[in-house]
Design a protein around this ligand. Structure first.
Ligand code: ACO
Ligand code: V55
Length: 254
């Protein structure tokens, strides 16, 4: 949980460094299956901390600024994307600017209908930086990405779901219950297969058919190798021999 409610969970260098530690702890937790990223209080995140991340770093050397920027990039991008467990952004309120990066790095996103999103960079005089434009074009179509990036207009959770920026938008009072329902579902799945699948879906976006085919084959073999519970064999036995499950409709008994 991003936990600076009094500052609308805007992302300061301190928050960024702490998130790097949190993500390591989750990755190291052999029991962890799902991580939900959300914000304390009224906001998911109000974006980068305009004081601590921007104004206060103006006086730093280029090298010092690079270090500050790196901790933001790292947790919001690769380190979040590379978590082995299912990650769900639970957008409980405001999500601005830099907040689109962790949002797009999560595997799934569920929002409250009345949450408010905005690419507000233009509203205070910068172009979207720090991989935000990349996050935006990976999760929104070109027309929406362009409209919201150049106007800085806000949109609500319902609209975010309509555009496909999030999986679902639900009434605020149902937000946590719905996210926990998805979390429970994911906990019932084979972790090695979930990991291989999410990595394949994520990485294929930037590959052509030929290299993609080769990558999929490699990931396919990797998943059989890393799956310690031999899910494939169980699934096939339960369907073909025991006739006790129909995989189209339900998962195999683990
Ligand atoms: N950076 C620094 N401080 C922030 C930020 C931020 N991004 N967002 C909120 N705060 C601080 C406010 O300065 C205020 O501090 P104070 O209580 O010490 O005066 C406190 O959080 C509460 O903010 P309010 O504006 O009073 O809260 P309100 O609920 O009325 O509004 C809102 C919330 C809409 C999120 C507003 O704070 C806002 O517009 N924040 C900036 C959003 C933004 O444009 N973020 C940058 C995007 S671009 C990027 O991330 C690179
Ligand atoms: C933004 C975010 C950054 C950055 C510069 O547009 C601008 C937001 C995540 O880091 O370095």
């Amino acid at each position: 949980m991003l936990n600076r409610p009094e500052k609308r969970n805007c992302m300061s260098p301190t928050l960024n460094n702490e998130m790097l530690e949190v993500l390591d702890a989750v990755a190291l937790d052999a029991e962890a299956r799902v991580m939900v990223l959300t914000g304390a209080g009224e906001a998911f995140t109000a974006g980068m901390d305009l004081k601590e991340f921007f104004r206060d770093t103006d006086s730093m050397s280029r090298a010092q600024r690079d270090i500050v920027q790196r901790s933001a990039f790292e947790w919001q991008g690769p380190r979040l994307r590379q978590l082995p467990v299912t990650t769900i952004a639970m957008v409980n309120g405001f999500c601005f600017g830099g907040g689109f990066l962790p949002l797009s790095s999560c595997d799934l996103a569920v929002t409250a209908d009345d949450a408010l999103f905005g690419l507000s960079e233009v509203n205070w005089g910068i172009i979207p930086g720090g991989n935000v434009p990349h996050a935006v074009i990976q999760t929104m179509n070109l027309r929406d990405a362009m409209y919201y990036s150049i106007t800085g207009e806000t949109f609500d959770g319902r609209k975010a779901a309509e555009m496909g920026l999030v999986n679902e938008s639900v009434p605020r009072e149902r937000l946590l219950a719905r996210v926990l329902e998805i979390a429970e579902l994911m906990k019932s799945k084979n972790p090695a297969i979930v990991r291989g699948t999410k990595e394949t879906i994520r990485h294929l976006r930037t590959m052509g058919w030929s290299e993609g085919e080769n990558y999929i084959n490699a990931k396919f073999a990797e998943a059989q190798y890393t799956d310690t519970e031999q899910g494939r064999s169980k699934g096939l036995t339960q369907f073909l021999d025991e006739k006790s499950i129909r995989p189209g409709l339900e998962g195999y008994r683990r």
